[in-house]
Design a protein around this ligand. Structure first.
Ligand code: GNR
Ligand code: NI
Length: 174
């Protein structure tokens, strides 16, 4: 397993629409292992393949608390079957939008159909943080980031900060 580099905004790759996986084979399982390793290393609770530059419809997640038993979850080709019309507000962050947090409203419950690590079809009813996180990750598959839901002003301020941060990092490397 390898820790990969997580792409950060602004980066056009993050805006790509990811493609469905034909079959969950060795290559996809290897990718899921690397994604999980990368996510744990970055202390995130979810990661979409596009965040490490791979435009496949694959998500990994682990909502277990620090120090407790790990509960890795794998979602291949996830589809939301049912969304609740009740919205719930959650303070979101994103590994591709480092150190920025904002409240986002999303349906509080959803039902997701997907293939698991072994390519078996599953259905999951999600609520709370799980529902929020699944929807956040599925947005990544469409090239959408949580900052897209903010006002133009808030969004542009965040992108400006991240751009500055990036050019700073580039200078350190030089
Ligand atoms: O680690 C993460 N935490 C988080 C908190 C609230 C709502 C969504 C998330 S997902 C994020 C990891 C990430 O960027 N996944 O794409
Ligand atoms: Ni994210």
């Amino acid at each position: 397993m390898t820790v990969k580099t997580i792409l950060t905004e602004p980066n056009k790759i993050l805006r790509k629409v990811s493609l469905p996986v034909e079959k969950v084979g060795k290559e996809e399982q290897h990718l899921m292992n690397d994604m999980l390793e990368t996510m744990y290393d970055a202390k995130g609770i979810g990661l979409a393949a596009i965040q490490i530059g791979i435009p496949k419809r694959i998500i990994v997640m682990d909502l277990s608390k620090e120090g407790e038993k790990k509960e890795p979850r794998y979602f291949v080709n996830p589809i939301i079957k049912n969304k609740n019309s009740n919205l719930s507000k959650y303070l979101e962050g994103c590994l591709s939008v480092p150190d920025q947090f904002a409240e986002v409203n999303r349906p509080s419950n959803c039902e997701v159909e997907y293939l698991d690590y072994h390519g078996n079809k599953k259905i999951l009813k999600a609520d709370g943080l799980l529902a929020t996180c699944i929807q956040h990750e599925m947005d990544h598959l469409e090239g959408i980031l949580f900052i897209d839901y903010l006002s133009k002003l808030k969004k542009s301020m965040i992108i400006k900060k991240l751009s500055k941060q990036k050019s700073k990092e580039d200078r350190v490397v030089l």
